[in-house]
Design a protein around this ligand. Structure first.
Ligand code: 5AD
Ligand code: SF4
Length: 446
């Protein structure tokens, strides 16, 4: 009988990509995907360590899996992968000895070996090394699952922001060679993909071996990808302001397929806090990068990541952040309360901000952002946009897709257009989405 695998993914898009690759390396062992742990012979939790809550969730999920495993007299392989495994491998072994495999993000290609070893030896297999051979050389390429796909091009981070665990859990920056990326992209397009999002913890710091020799930067890679027939949309996420070089900025002006929507984390609008965060740039530098990007692509919309309540953040610092959000006009953000992470420099800083103050600041920030998102959505009504219809809508005949700016858009009477980019005149604003009607070609935005 075929075996079944259930993978639960926490955290970032990188984990979503990695989860799919883990399922792919286990497929030759006979594992088909299950939709719930109760139906599975093996469960992988692909974990996130970025904030305290994310790590806690893993231990409570493990509590539930322990019961399931006991009910089956042990016939369930439990693996913990990802950044919690990397950072807290020993703690998992101590608190959850019923776990069979603990593996860090750099060793997924060794998973089949680990499964065999766990079956043979019993006890827990722990593999949280940073091996010399890059995992990408040993993992199968991404398979298309619809018309939009992620493609991992870069992993790890050498920036060491003082609040962040990523440099410790994902290791040093590594850029995949251009040829491997272009081959994977062509394969995806051959399977019907029209939109590719390049992924990396510092994706614009990508500097890989060029397909024609030398080293390329992300701007060059984007141009080469744009030459692939059938690929219509390119995105990349997520970036550091210091790595936004001239060539990449000019790609925004020259490459129509590069979508006018960018995630550019700033974390804080206060120079004092940016310095304490070790972001290695100030507010004026960030605003300068935004100006250059908007000069290259005037319709560019930006989203960002923000942290409130970093140690030492005063009301005035927080108001600097609010002011920056207004000034840039972000249409969206991921905003978080600062969460102290063991082993990071900020965890030991004085003047930790009390939880109720963080709560109040987060609420104030999110109210402002809600307003800005809404205003942007309102301004979209009446415009015609290119929408990639990539999922069924709520009603028969309806499909839902994404605008160039990642806004969800519902379109009626469109069931024969799944996977296509359709020109849609936006007619309605809903609370978190837009609706419109497909129109014949017209001048469109992006
Ligand atoms: N506390 C709160 N937010 C954090 N992030 C990273 N580390 C922390 C932390 N310790 C946020 C940053 C980053 C995003 C992925 O998560 O904003 O850009
Ligand atoms: Fe973390 Fe900073 Fe690296 Fe982003 S740039 S992954 S926030 S250390």
């Amino acid at each position: 009988m075929a075996k079944k695998l259930f993978v639960k993914t926490y955290g970032c898009q990188m984990n979503v990509y990695d989860s799919a690759r883990m399922a792919d390396v286990l497929a030759p062992l006979g594992y088909a995907e299950a939709t719930r742990p109760e139906d599975a012979d093996m469960v992988i939790l692909n974990t996130c360590h970025i904030r305290e809550k994310a790590a806690e969730k893993v231990f409570s999920e493990l509590g539930r899996l322990r019961v399931l495993k006991a009910e089956r007299d042990g016939a369930l392989i439990i693996a913990v992968a990802g950044c919690v495994a990397q950072a807290e491998g020993a703690e998992i072994l101590r608190r959850a000895p019923f776990v069979d495999i603990v593996l860090g993000p750099q060793t997924y290609h060794r998973l089949p070996e680990m499964v065999a070893q766990a079956a043979r030896a019993g006890g827990t297999v722990l593999d949280t090394e940073f091996p010399l051979e890059p995992k990408f050389d040993h993992l199968p390429d991404a398979r298309a699952d619809g018309s939009a796909a992620f493609l991992s091009v870069q992993e790890g981070c050498d920036k060491f922001c003082t609040f962040c665990v990523v440099p410790y859990t994902r290791g040093a920056e590594y850029s995949r060679p251009a040829k491997a990326i272009l081959d994977e992209a062509r394969k995806l397009v051959g399977q019907g993909v029209v939109e590719i999002s390049l992924l990396g913890q510092n994706v614009n710091g990508w500097h890989g071996d060029g397909a024609t020799g030398g080293t390329w930067g992300l701007g060059r890679l984007v141009r080469e990808l744009a030459d692939i027939n059938g690929l219509e949309r390119i995105r990349y996420t997520t970036s550091h302001p210091n790595d936004m070089d001239d060539d990449l900025i000019s790609a925004h002006a020259q490459v129509d397929k590069l979508m006018p929507f960018l995630s550019l984390p700033v974390q804080s609008g206060s120079d004092r806090i940016l310095d304490a965060m070790n972001r290695k740039h100030d507010r004026a530098f960030y605003l300068g990068v935004v100006d250059r990007l908007k000069a290259a692509r005037p319709d560019l919309a930006l989203t960002t990541d923000l942290i409130v309540g970093f140690p030492g953040e005063t009301d005035a610092d927080f108001q600097d952040t609010m002011d920056l959000v207004r000034q840039v006009g972000f249409i969206n953000t991921y905003s978080f309360k600062y969460s102290s992470r063991p082993g990071t420099p900020a965890a030991g800083m004085p003047n930790q901000v009390p939880e109720p103050v963080k709560d109040a600041r987060l609420a104030e920030l999110q109210a402002l952002l809600w307003d800005q998102t809404n205003r942007f959505n309102q301004q979209s009504v009446g415009r015609t946009m290119a929408v990639l219809l990539d999922r069924p809508g709520r009603y028969p005949g309806q499909l839902t897709g994404r605008s160039p700016f990642m806004q969800p858009v519902h379109v009626d009477n469109a069931s024969d257009r799944m996977g296509q980019i359709v020109h849609v005149r936006i007619t309605e604003l809903h609370s978190n989405s837009l609706a419109g009607e497909a129109v014949a070609s017209e001048r469109i935005c992006a």
